[in-house]
Design a protein around this ligand. Structure first.
Ligand code: ADP
Ligand code: MG
Length: 212
């Protein structure tokens, strides 16, 4: 029953870490699923977020956090699956061949892209890697400015690559930045704000995609 979601994208700054933390929180506190984040990025920014979170929420924190090397991700994720409903793997940029174990173990590969041509170019190789492993892929448009024509370009790009895209689009919103800086996530800072509603919709969409 338990599922592994790997968040991958060659390009740094596309929102992998932000989305990993936000999704994990929604699954845990809104859907009551036991959720663990597995951080394979040696940069360790999620670890810093998690320490801050533990310090702030104490025993009210419901998410678990582990680290692994990219190569060790598969082994670690298999063992975490035994006792968790959801394992979310955050990956570093430039994952290439080293990233295969984290892709292989995934039930779903979420690939965030910003609506920018540079991101589209950077995304092709990770899509190819996930396709070679015959994985379910969901492209997630992140940091979108509602009025930008580039959203349409992003949608065209996804269609051209013949992959699925999430119906939910995450806007470019300061709340994603500020909440992480506090060791929290958007749904813990907003009840009805746009960022919160987007994250709730995304988690729901992913849940139904994974049949959970
Ligand atoms: N939807 C969003 N709106 C505004 N800022 C965002 C959004 N998603 C991510 N960011 C910001 O963009 C930067 C890069 O995001 P991050 O999650 O660290 O990307 P990655 O892990 O892919 O390198 C961070 O400063 C983060 O706060
Ligand atoms: Mg990151």
């Amino acid at each position: 029953m338990s599922k592994v979601i790997t968040i991958a994208q060659q390009k740094g700054g596309s929102g992998k870490t932000t989305i990993a933390a936000n999704l994990a929180t929604v699954f845990s506190i809104k859907h009551n699923l036991s959720t663990v984040i597995l951080d394979t990025d040696p940069q360790g920014s999620l670890g810093k977020w998690y320490l801050m979170r533990k310090d702030k929420l104490k025993d009210k924190n419901t998410i678990e956090f582990k680290t692994a090397s990219l190569w060790g991700a598969q082994y670690e994720a298999k063992s975490l699956k035994q006792k968790s409903d959801i394992v979310i793997i955050d990956t570093p940029p430039k994952i290439d061949a080293d990233g295969r174990p984290a892709i292989e173990i995934a039930d779903l590969v979420v690939i965030p892209i910003s609506p920018s041509q540079v991101d589209f170019w950077a995304t092709e190789s990770i899509i190819e890697l996930a396709k070679r492993e015959k994985k379910e892929i969901l492209i997630l448009i992140n940091r979108a400015n509602a009025k930008s024509k580039l959203i349409h370009e992003a949608i065209k790009f996804v269609d051209r690559m013949k992959v699925k895209k999430a119906k939910t689009i995450l806007g470019n919103r300061q709340i994603f930045v500020s909440s992480m800086g506090l060791g929290l996530t958007v749904v813990e800072k907003q009840r009805t704000g746009k960022g919160c509603l987007e994250m709730l919709a995304l988690a729901k969409e992913i849940k139904s995609f994974l049949n959970i």
